[in-house]
Design a protein around this ligand. Structure first.
Ligand SMILES: NC(=O)c1ccc[n+]([C@@H]2O[C@H](COP(=O)([O-])OP(=O)(O)OC[C@H]3O[C@@H](n4cnc5c(N)ncnc54)[C@H](O)[C@@H]3O)[C@@H](O)[C@H]2O)c1
Ligand SMILES: O=c1ccn([C@@H]2O[C@H](COP(=O)(O)OP(=O)(O)O[C@H]3O[C@H](CO)[C@H](O)[C@H](O)[C@H]3O)[C@@H](O)[C@H]2O)c(=O)[nH]1
Length: 315
């Protein structure tokens, strides 16, 4: 298929773009490089530098869009909510209008566990309440709502994938955020000497060791789900799937695995809680397994950390 990948110079979008090229698709990447890197765009993909608000020309001849471009820092979204509403919701609405004008009727969208907010139960299923606790999650939920409306009103075919904690690397493609907030890359940067220690944000949560529990999914397994989602897009329907491994690991457990993998003692400094962090976020991915046949191949936390470490330390 002829595909447009927005945000394809970013961490997850570049891995999906690479897998799409490998599968024989004709890929155009549209990215404004606000947080991405031009050298992450895979060989074999066409690169257009620009914003999703001006997607017109990049959509020529395109059959489906995979939409990753977004602002995605929870803390920044609390400080600058307008930026998140305008980029994530406003930008996506502009993209949807441009798609409509060009007759592009299929989209796969990067949604997030942050749409659920503080969960009532674990693991989280797709029918659970969505009560986001920050503008980032709220803006992503608003896009999900818009996709449902466009499917009903205009016959758009949409699949939203609600990622939990994405980690690991795909060959050389790894997390390279200038402002890095995610746990695993920050812990590994201690092992490379880029940071002196890692902060543990709170040890008084109602979990076994007092630190937050998250569901880490390998970026390669996550990317593969997008290829399945693309095949599952049905015009007039909006389908939503969680994507995680169904197993939670605490911050302390992740740091221990990073110590084992790197052989570095990785000093950890206990600090206060980070605002807005739920204690436990674990996905039920039973729906995508049942309906699309998705199955994780690199589910172990050790493999996830080892691949991230190989990519980082190999540079
Ligand atoms: N990393 C995670 O754990 C995680 C979890 C849940 C959801 N997500 C979602 O997955 C998607 C990708 O996340 P990521 O971690 O790869 O982030 P990233 O910052 O590495 O990638 C985002 C890319 O989008 C580009 N971009 C941003 N705004 C743009 C715009 N207006 N026009 C064109 N390009 C633009 C950036 O330059 C960047 O290359 C995001 O939508 C994010 O909200 C990520
Ligand atoms: O230096 C750090 C970084 C993180 N943490 C902790 O590690 C856990 C994981 O934090 P991340 O920042 O790696 O990931 P989040 O769970 O905050 O965020 C992820 O899940 C969110 C859903 O709530 C969004 O989807 C978001 O895009 C996605 O990255 C959290 O308990 C956090 O407090 C630390 O202790 N120290």
């Amino acid at each position: 298929m002829r595909l447009l990948v927005t945000g394809g110079a970013g961490y997850i979008g570049s891995v999906v773009a690479a897998q799409l090229v490998e599968a024989g698709h004709e890929v155009t990447v549209l990215d404004d490089l606000s947080t991405g890197h031009a050298d992450a765009v895979p060989e074999g993909a066409r690169f257009v530098e620009g914003s999703i608000t001006e997607a017109g020309d990049a959509l020529a001849g395109v059959e489906a869009v995979l939409h990753f471009a977004a602002r995605s820092l929870v803390g920044e979204s609390v400080e600058k909510p307008g930026l998140y509403w305008s980029h994530n919701l406003g930008g996506t609405l502009a993209l949807l209008e441009a798609m409509h004008e060009r007759g592009v009727r299929r989209i796969v969208f990067s949604s997030t566990a942050a749409t659920y907010g503080e969960p009532e139960r674990s693991p989280i299923v797709e029918s659970d309440p969505t009560r986001p606790t920050n503008p980032y999650g709220a803006s992503k939920l608003a896009v999900d709502t818009a996709l449902t409306a466009y499917a009903g009103l205009r016959g758009l075919g949409a699949v939203s994938l609600r990622y939990f904690n994405v980690a690991g690397a795909y060959g050389r493609l790894r997390e390279r955020h200038t402002v890095e907030t995610h746990l695993i890359p920050n812990v590994l940067k201690v092992a490379t000497g880029e940071r002196e220690s890692v902060s543990v944000f709170g040890t008084d949560y109602p979990t076994a060791d007092g630190t937050c529990v998250r569901d880490y999914i390998h970026v390669s397994d996550l990317a593969r789900a997008h290829l399945l989602a693309l095949d599952a897009v049905t015009e007039g329907q909006h389908k939503i799937y969680n994507l995680g491994n169904g197993t939670g690991f605490s911050v302390q457990e992740v740091i221990s695995v990073c110590r084992e993998v790197t052989g570095h003692d990785i000093p950890a400094v206990v600090g206060p809680r980070r605002a807005g962090d739920p204690a436990v976020l674990v996905a039920s991915s039973e729906k995508i397994q049942r309906e699309l046949g998705w199955k994780a191949e690199r589910a172990s936390i050790r493999d996830i950390v080892a691949d991230a470490w190989d990519a980082l330390s190999g540079e």
